[in-house]
Design a protein around this ligand. Structure first.
Ligand code: UT7
Length: 325
């Protein structure tokens, strides 16, 4: 199976480093040199994750020449659902008029889109379903603490949608590698709001509904796991590093991306980077970057593309595919 259509969306407003300089003790220079981020797209208060997912889905379906009525399954990968339940996928199903489609959410944080492709792809490969919509969609700025300079400079809002369909032999998704290490769960979390710490005045006062992160520990984990996961996906596809035309990494930090590319021996012109304009959009970062690279004509039919992500959980994942459109 492979990707038959792509769509993307981003928050309506731009939050620049200069804006952040007025909010916390930081500087454009620090943010750019430590992360590579210049700006991030943020949503307005009235915009929810399913709104971004909807925009991306409509474009992805049109790109594939399909409508919501053609969908068999919708998977939304997100850590910022509109609400705990119903799932964001169900909200989207109604809005798309996808009356035949089953719908559920996947939560694998920034690795979500890779997990979603893997799960959705199984339904197509097994011929259970023909048409599966996989979306990475996030409004991380809704759970970002704008008094914490160590995290608030990083995140943005967006969504990327991929329509999975059967494709020819040797095309489309060639291999997938997924992994998790739950012992690192505390390094990156939203502590409250679930059954362990239900929402209360105390949890709100203690700012426990925001993202809490041990940045340098996540950084070290990311550099190691990105290279290893990408290598494993390349090997599982029966390919070598030299066969890779493009790497589309999770956009968390420019230094993490550069270090992973160096480990893989890939020159800069083979690495898709859009973090400068979008920041870290968690599960949306890879499909948005892929969409941009395909739309601009950089990624073309026949190219070998490796997607690789890491995230909270801890989780990681990589997919090798031959672009088939
Ligand atoms: O999708 C997965 C999500 N998370 C990640 O991928 C995050 C991975 N980690 C990172 O990207 C980096 O660790 C950060 C960008 C978060 C931080 O960069 P770092 O180079 O690891 O900095 P650090 O945390 O070691 O902090 C260095 C200094 C500290 O000051 P002192 O203690 O040396 O005086 C921080 O307080 O930089 C300070 N600092 C800042 N200074 C200005 C931290 N954030 C900021 C800031 N502006 N925004």
């Amino acid at each position: 199976m492979g990707i038959a259509g792509l769509g993307a969306a981003a928050g309506e407003d731009l939050l620049t480093n200069n804006d952040l300089e007025k909010m916390v003790d930081t500087s454009d220079e620090w943010i750019k040199t430590r992360t590579g981020i210049g700006a991030r797209h943020i949503t307005r208060p009235e915009t929810a994750t399913s709104d971004l997912a909807y925009q991306a889905a409509v474009e992805g379906l049109a790109d594939a020449g399909l409508t919501g009525a053609d969908l068999d399954l919708i998977i939304v990968c997100t850590v910022t659902p509109d609400m705990p339940f119903p799932s964001t996928a169900c909200l989207l199903q109604a809005r798309l008029g996808a009356t035949r489609a089953a719908a559920f959410d996947i939560e694998a944080a920034c690795s979500g889109f890779i997990y979603g492709l893997a799960v959705g792809g199984q339904f197509v490969a097994s011929r259970t379903y023909d048409t599966v919509l996989v979306i990475g969609a996030e409004t991380l700025t809704k759970i970002t603490d704008y008094t914490d300079r160590a995290t608030c400079v990083l995140f943005g809002d967006g969504a990327g949608a991929a329509v999975l369909r059967p494709v020819g032999e040797g095309e489309g998704i060639l291999s997938t590698v997924l992994g998790a290490d739950g012992s690192g769960g505390e390094l990156l979390m939203q502590p409250a709001g679930g059954s362990r710490l239900p929402a209360s005045h105390e949890t709100v006062d203690k700012r426990l509904h925001y993202i809490h992160m041990s940045g340098s520990d996540v950084f070290k984990f990311a550099v190691k796991v990105m290279g290893e996961a990408a290598d494993a996906a390349i090997e599982r596809a029966g390919l070598s590093r030299e066969d890779v035309d493009f790497l589309v990494p999770h956009q968390a930090n420019r230094r993490i991306i550069d270090a992973a590319a160096r480990r893989l021996g890939l020159p800069a012109d083979k690495v898709i980077v859009n973090i400068g304009e979008f920041g870290n959009m968690s599960s949306a970062s890879i499909p948005v970057a892929l969409h941009e690279a395909v739309r601009s004509g950089r990624i073309k039919r026949g190219d070998v593309v490796v997607l690789v992500a890491f995230g909270a959980g801890l989780t990681w994942g990589s997919t090798a595919l031959r672009w088939c459109r």
